[in-house]
Design a protein around this ligand. Structure first.
Ligand code: 6AU
Length: 260
């Protein structure tokens, strides 16, 4: 007998991490499992697209180190947009160093990521210390961490035993690790949130190794959130129309999965 899949809202209730609970609750409330990967290099473009896609997303994923004119004003405006549109901020920093170093990278320097990012992500390669270090900063602020259990790019090494070891690492830190970057759900920790990049409705790859799947492909495999970048604001695209299109595709795939 198969048990019925829980809704995002039902899953939120039992989670230990506050950001994880907020994210799933807001997905249910807003009817969106779309995260936009806002990989643009100027403040103006960043704020303009964030305001346009804001009503349609559950999460805004940033790479603040690619902005040529990053400053505190950008963060202030981003926080205002977050209030206006109701989304979680995920800085895709992909930490990958020893615990002591990532602590500083997370809280200090120009970006002071811990002050404004609800979620960050990390590679598992350094071992548990990377989580312990980030947790010292992030947990008192109720932040959440995602581990990269898989990657979307061609030839990546996050497979097999590496992925398995990453899952085990996450299970040892369930207060702070809220989920994974991966293309599918893992049986032994179904409550953790799966966010999946490499999503397109139109193309199957770019010319630098990125590989795309459709929202339906990945949600069928247990993904919870689709991460879409250039598919929404790429050349010649209308970001509002595309955000609506991906939002509908993601949400309909989720409803179908719930029914199945
Ligand atoms: O839709 P795209 O290809 O324009 O953008 C994909 C976004 C980028 C990547 O940095 C990110 O997704 N990404 C990630 C993460 C953690 O989000 C992991 C990965 O394996 N592949 C990938 O593309 O912002």
């Amino acid at each position: 007998m198969t048990t019925k899949m829980k809704t995002y809202g039902e899953r939120a209730i039992s989670l230990p991490n506050k950001t994880a609970r907020e994210l799933l609750t807001l997905m249910e409330r807003k009817k969106s499992n779309l995260a936009v990967a806002l990989d643009v290099t100027t403040k103006q473009e960043f704020l303009d697209i964030a305001d346009k896609v804001g009503p349609h997303i559950c999460c805004l994923k940033t790479h603040v180190d690619i902005l040529e004119d990053f400053d505190q004003d950008l963060i202030d405006k981003l926080k205002k947009l977050q209030k206006k549109h109701d989304f979680i901020i995920f800085e895709d920093r992909k930490f990958a160093d020893i615990g002591n170093t990532v602590k500083h990278q997370y809280s200090k320097g120009i970006y002071k990521i811990a002050e404004w990012a609800d979620i960050v992500d990390a590679h598992a390669i350094p071992g548990d210390g990377i989580i312990t270090g980030l947790k010292e900063i992030g947990l008192p602020l109720n932040r959440g961490l995602l581990l990269l259990a898989e990657m979307s790019s061609k030839g990546n090494l996050a497979t097999g035993a590496y992925t398995e070891a990453t899952i085990e690492m996450a299970k040892r830190h369930k207060d702070f690790v809220i989920g994974f970057i991966s293309g599918k759900k893992f049986n032994s920790c179904e409550e953790l949130i799966i966010m999946t990049p490499g999503i397109s409705l139109d193309v199957s790859n770019d010319d630098l190794g990125q590989q795309y799947k459709t929202p339906r492909n990945v949600i069928e495999n247990g993904s919870d959130i689709i991460i879409v970048g250039r598919g929404i604001y790429g050349k010649g695209k209308d970001a509002v129309i595309e955000a609506q299109r991906y939002r509908n595709a993601g949400w309909n795939a989720y409803l179908e999965k719930l029914e199945s």
